[in-house]
Structure formats: structure tokens, C-alpha cells
Design a protein around this ligand. Structure first.
Ligand code: NCD
Length: 302
């Protein structure tokens, strides 16, 4: 792997390599024993054109846990506000020779564009509604920890599929690794074409999660849609909000996931989100560190 632009480009061996390394780091972090100088003298540049709490912070911490230095570039205090173009910004930063760039951008395919202009590995921290590969890795790590393997797992993904890079990257990874994916969304948020042919589409939450091992809920991405797509949030919650009552349709030991940030009371109820046995939401956040350590190690480590 030269870059991590999306799950789409990866084969089963590459995905397995990242997940094995992520499991290694998850165990090592627990024991406090890993190579803390693995990325010593490396500089990781983060370029986040969109807001982020989990992804930006966990890349920062993951890089520092491996001994790298992190430079956080921020659009708000950059020359973007002096009308510098995106390509000039990238070319300028490339001249400073960072050892890797992590980018989040609202434009479809922006990380690939950057990869074509710089001399270091580029990692996609989320682009438009297209891909968010490190989220798919940390989600897969969480599923493996709880369910042992992805092969044969039944995973339901429910919510704003049309605007979700998390759903796209998860579908691609799960399909490649032999899981069965059910996609649940109201008609207005269900894309005509999904990135994998094997996913089953549902417009009822109860039907879609029936017999599932994993129920992944997604945020309604108000910033990406016309308000008319979901005119009534209370009605959406009634039909598509995950409650303990609705969760009974999944397997009795099904786990609940959500990439965050959550709209509590819209796509998920408080008591499900905070259920210490069923909810993996905090674990997903924690797993962002070993998953991103794995990616940085494989792409930037000598
Ligand atoms: C997601 C994102 O930004 O793509 N969050 C995340 O990275 N954990 C999902 C979202 O914004 O809803």
C-alpha cells in the first residue's frame, strides 16, 4: 500500500494485514508495551477541511503513541482565506516534505487528488459521502473483538445511507471479508445503487435487523441534505430510531454501533446508546487509536 484512499482499492490480504496490526496494537496498548519509537523523526501533517472530534484527535494520538510529531494544519487560520487555491495549498505543503498527510475534505476524491501531487503517503480521513476507510477499520476491529470473525457475520447498517461515507466504507470492507450486510433507510435516504451488489435493502428497521449480529446506526447528516428529505424528525425516530423494543428483533446478543457524533433521540435512544452491555460506541472511539496506529505503522514505518 502506498496510500490509504479507500477500502475500494484494497484486497482481502491488505485489509487482513491492517486488521491484524490493529489487533496487535489494541492488545499492546492494554499491556503498555509497544515500540514507542516506531515513527520517531517522522512528521505527520493533518489537513482537516471539515470538522472532526474523533478522527482528528485519534490520528494525532495514534501518531504520538508511535513517536511521530504531528503538525495540525487548519483551514481557518490558513491562506485559504486569502483565496489560495486547493492545489496551490497542497503544492505548498508538499514542499515542506511531511512523511504523511491525513486529509478530510468535503469534495469527492480529494485525497486521491492530493496523492497525485505529493511525495508521501496520503491517508483519507473522510471525503464527502464517498469513503472513510479508517472508520471501517476501527469498526471491523470492534466486530472482531466481540464476534471473533467477520466471515458470516450479519451486519445491519441503518440511517442516512445516501450521505454516509461510513456506510460506504463499511459495506466495502464487510463484503470483501465475507459478512452479509443489510441496509435500512427510508426511501428518501436510500441510494439507487449501493457500492456492493450483495447488500439487501430494507425500509423497515424491524425487518432489516432481524437475526443480525451487529446493528450499526448512522447520524442524519443534516449538513449534507436538503431539509425536505427528512421533514419530521419525530416521525423518523418512530420508524428508524433504535429503541430497546426494536432491538429485540436482532439476535439476543447483537451489539450496537454508531460512528458518532450521535443525534440522541433521533437515530438512537439514550438507553440503547448508553447500554453498557450492548453498546460498543465508546469502544469504537477507543479502537480508533490502535486502528490508526496500524495504518500509520504500515504506511509510514520504515
Ligand atoms: C463520521 C464522519 O465524519 O464521517 N464521523 C466519524 O468520523 N466518526 C460520521 C458523521 O459525521 O456522522
Amino acid at each position: 500500500m502506498d496510500h490509504l484512499l479507500g477500502i475500494d482499492h484494497l484486497d482481502i490480504d491488505e485489509i487482513t494485514q491492517v486488521l491484524d496490526r490493529a489487533q496487535h496494537y489494541a492488545a499492546a496498548l492494554k499491556k503498555g508495551e509497544w515500540d514507542k519509537e516506531r515513527l520517531k523523526n517522522k512528521i505527520i501533517l493533518t489537513l482537516f477541511y471539515e470538522n472532526s472530534t474523533r478522527t482528528l484527535t485519534s490520528f494525532d494520538i495514534a501518531a504520538k503513541r508511535l513517536g511521530a510529531d504531528v503538525v495540525v494544519w487548519h483551514p481557518k487560520i490558513s491562506s485559504v482565506h486569502k483565496n489560495e487555491s486547493f492545489s496551490d495549498t497542497i503544492d505548498t505543503l508538499a514542499e515542506m516534505e511531511p512523511d504523511a498527510i491525513v486529509i478530510r475534505h468535503s469534495e469527492f476524491g480529494a485525497p486521491g487528488f492530493v496523492a497525485g501531487r505529493v511525495r508521501c503517503p496520503v491517508i483519507n480521513g473522510g471525503d464527502s459521502w464517498r469513503e472513510h476507510p479508517t472508520q471501517a477499520f476501527l469498526d471491523a476491529l470492534t466486530m472482531i473483538q466481540e464476534k471473533k470473525t467477520l466471515e458470516g457475520l450479519n451486519v445491519a447498517i441503518c440511517g442516512d445511507i445516501a450521505h454516509s461515507r461510513v456506510a460506504n466504507s463499511n459495506m466495502l470492507l464487510l463484503d470483501k471479508m465475507g459478512a452479509q450486510v443489510n441496509i435500512i433507510a427510508p426511501e428518501s435516504l436510500m441510494p439507487d445503487k449501493l457500492p456492493i451488489g450483495s447488500a439487501k435493502k430494507f425500509t423497515s428497521l424491524e425487518d432489516g435487523i432481524k437475526g443480525c449480529d451487529v446493528v450499526m446506526m448512522l447520524r442524519i447528516q443534516k449538513e449534507r441534505m436538503e431539509s425536505s428529505l427528512i421533514p419530521d424528525m419525530a416521525a423518523y425516530h418512530n420508524e428508524f430510531g433504535l429503541t430497546h423494543e426494536k432491538l429485540k428483533h436482532a439476535k439476543s446478543d447483537a451489539i450496537v454501533m454508531h460512528p458518532g457524533p450521535m443525534n440522541r433521540g433521533v437515530e438512537i435512544d439514550d438507553d440503547v446508546a448508553d447500554d453498557p452491555k450492548r453498546s460498543m460506541i465508546k469502544r469504537q472511539v477507543a479502537n480508533g487509536i490502535p486502528a490508526r496506529m496500524a495504518v500509520l505503522d504500515l504506511l509510514v514505518g520504515d
